[in-house]
Design a protein around this ligand. Structure first.
Ligand code: FES
Length: 585
């Protein structure tokens, strides 16, 4: 061991317990590695690195991961490690029903258990499409091996008839225009073929861009990596550098528990707020933090929102896309501009502090990344509401809604579930006006199931035709980060478990007061108590399989929707399981 930065000898590697000892079991490990074509000099005494890859042929955001994984391997080999690709649950946002959120914890469990049960010393996590980032981080945190993240990178700007298109945001926008009769079917099809035209995740400030940026701010990526478009050759270069770095991290024994602190999470939250990131970050960051043993609550998001300006002029709150953001200086530029709002002393995977990593970063277009003296929005990128309709909180994104709705009072139009809404929302006889408050029940973590991104409830067609483009909408669902509107989300506790949202009836007056952080159902306590007494719990949804685990153990939105039995950190790998031995073959 000549390198003074090394804290481990080859004999102290975790993989040595599989490969290095001289017994019958390790004979099997070595002979079966030889079966795969490797000589003992390929792996003996070297860090064995799991490349946890969410690639699949149905994950359109990760199509380049088939090539990227080879670049990660190249870096691992160069640095003297032994790479092992491990395919995991793919979580392809546009395809998986009812929602990838149902399976985020599945990915987290799979990641943790793969890392535990195989001879790995460290891991490279490859994700980007929405839930893959939190799922991978949660699993890796619970195992607490050295871990580094490869963010998929945003796709290039969409393009149609000379116009720039943004993922999700323009889908909603032009869908509304189609329903209002303002564009033709032919134009709609042109949008379909031009809105996603390269590898990479959604290039608006949706959940993917939000969470990969948060991962970088937490310290999990090489500096600047999260902003690089997937199609840019520098993305491939960073993948290789990431492979090199994880080998060093293993020798240095640099684990997530060595660099993650409550301040790291403040940095991640501030980053999300400064980019007007997705509301989904609240659920995910709380879940990730709890895996790290760091208590994080929704109120911290609200506290930081009150002092954090929105500097990222990115859709849906702003005008630009992630490709523009990269050219304008990327996340390093934005973090540098945030100054003291970021705690620069926090450590990151490259062994330097975040302050050192952003030193000298510049902004090359100050309309895309605004300066502190010219923010897109001065504060309140997100707001956490409470009141008798949401005793454990609810969330709204004030920057992405029509401002006249920040304080609003109107009668409820209630849909008991998604199918009810789909069947009646466009009924010309529906008694709804622009003043109404649309309420969707049974769309939460258990009830939907999986808390789908239904929260941007559709505007009734008859109001669209009148020119209405925003109105107050309330649900216990989430909302895609690419969506916009006066949508109150994450109402907790959810209606399926008897939260007050379940008790709302047509015509009840609902009061929204975003500056006052209040969501109130103007119904007397006695009447609400009577409704609660008459409320019947709905039938459970799942009778078998993973769904049963989900419905019995998923926590509410304010707790991060993790499984209750996984929340606590498990810094010590489960020695009982790890000491078990595989069969001899
Ligand atoms: Fe994958 Fe949006 S569909 S990030």
């Amino acid at each position: 061991m000549n390198n003074p930065t090394r804290k481990k000898t080859p004999e102290q590697l975790r993989s040595y317990r599989w490969y290095g000892v001289n017994d019958l079991r390790s004979f099997g490990h070595r002979s079966r590695t030889a079966q795969m074509g490797y000589h003992s000099s390929d792996y003996m005494g070297k860090p064995v690195i799991a490349i946890v890859n969410t690639w699949s042929e149905i994950n359109s955001c990760h199509t380049h991961f088939k090539a990227r994984v080879e670049e990660v391997k190249r870096g691992i080999w160069q640095a003297g490690g032994f790479p092992v690709e491990m395919p995991v649950m793919t979580l392809a946002e546009p395809f998986q029903k009812p929602t990838t959120m149902l399976y985020r914890n599945f990915l987290a469990m799979e990641t943790e258990e793969l890392l535990r049960s195989y001879p790995f010393d460290g891991c490279v996590l490859m994700g980007g499409c929405d839930k893959t980032t939190p799922g991978l981080l949660m699993g890796a945190l619970s195992m607490d091996l050295p871990a580094i993240y490869v963010p998929a990178g945003p796709m290039l700007r969409g393009n149609w008839n000379g116009r720039t298109l943004g993922s999700g945001s323009d889908t909603w926008k032009y869908w509304a225009e189609l329903r209002a009769g303002n564009i033709t079917e032919e134009e709609w099809q042109g949008i379909e073929s031009g809105i996603a035209r390269s590898p990479g995740h959604c290039m608006t400030m949706g959940t993917a861009s939000t969470m990969t940026s948060a991962a970088e701010a937490l310290g999990f990526t090489l500096p600047g990596f999260s902003s690089i478009p997937a199609a840019d050759s520098r993305h491939a270069q960073f993948a290789s550098l990431t492979g090199q770095r994880i080998v060093e991290m293993v020798w240095q024994d640099l684990k997530p528990s060595d660099f993650l602190t409550a301040k790291s999470f403040d940095n991640a939250i501030t980053t999300v707020l400064a980019m007007s990131g997705s509301t989904n970050a609240i659920v995910h960051l709380i879940a990730v933090a709890r895996r790290a043993g760091i208590p994080l609550t929704t109120s911290r998001f609200d506290e930081l929102a009150r002092v954090t300006p929105v500097l990222g002029n990115l859709r849906p709150a702003g005008s630009y896309l992630m490709e523009d953001f990269f050219y304008a200086g990327g996340l390093r530029g934005l973090l540098a501009e945030l100054g003291d709002l970021i705690d620069g002393s926090q450590m990151t995977v490259n062994g330097s502090t975040i302050g050192e990593n952003i030193k000298g970063a510049e902004i090359y277009n100050d309309d895309v990344i605004r300066k502190l003296d010219n923010p897109l929005v001065a504060r309140d990128g997100l707001a956490v509401l409470t009141g008798n309709l949401a005793p454990d909180g609810a969330v709204i994104k004030p920057a992405a809604m029509e401002q006249h709705l920040l304080t609003h009072r109107g009668p409820a139009v209630v849909f008991k579930d998604y199918n009810d809404m789909a069947a009646r929302i466009d009924d010309p006889e529906l008694p709804v006006t622009a003043e109404s408050v649309i309420v969707l029940q049974h769309a939460g973590p258990i009830g939907a199931p999986g808390m789908p991104e239904w929260g941007q409830l559709p505007i009734p067609q008859k109001l669209l035709k009148e020119g209405v483009r925003d109105m107050v909408r309330i649900s216990d669902a989430r909302m895609s980060g690419t969506s916009y509107g006066a949508c109150v989300l994450h109402v907790a506790p959810e209606s399926f478990v008897g939260g007050p949202l379940a008790l709302v009836k047509d015509g009840d007056i609902i009061e929204l007061d975003v500056p006052g952080r209040r969501l109130h159902l103007a119904v007397s306590d006695d009447e609400l108590a009577a409704r609660k007494a008459a409320w019947q719990p709905p039938k459970r949804i799942f009778e078998r399989g993973y769904g049963v685990i989900h419905q019995l153990h998923v926590t509410q939105a304010d707790k991060g929707c993790d499984f209750d039995f996984l929340e606590e950190p498990q810094a010590q790998a489960d020695e009982a399981r790890e000491s078990g031995e595989p069969e001899i073959h």
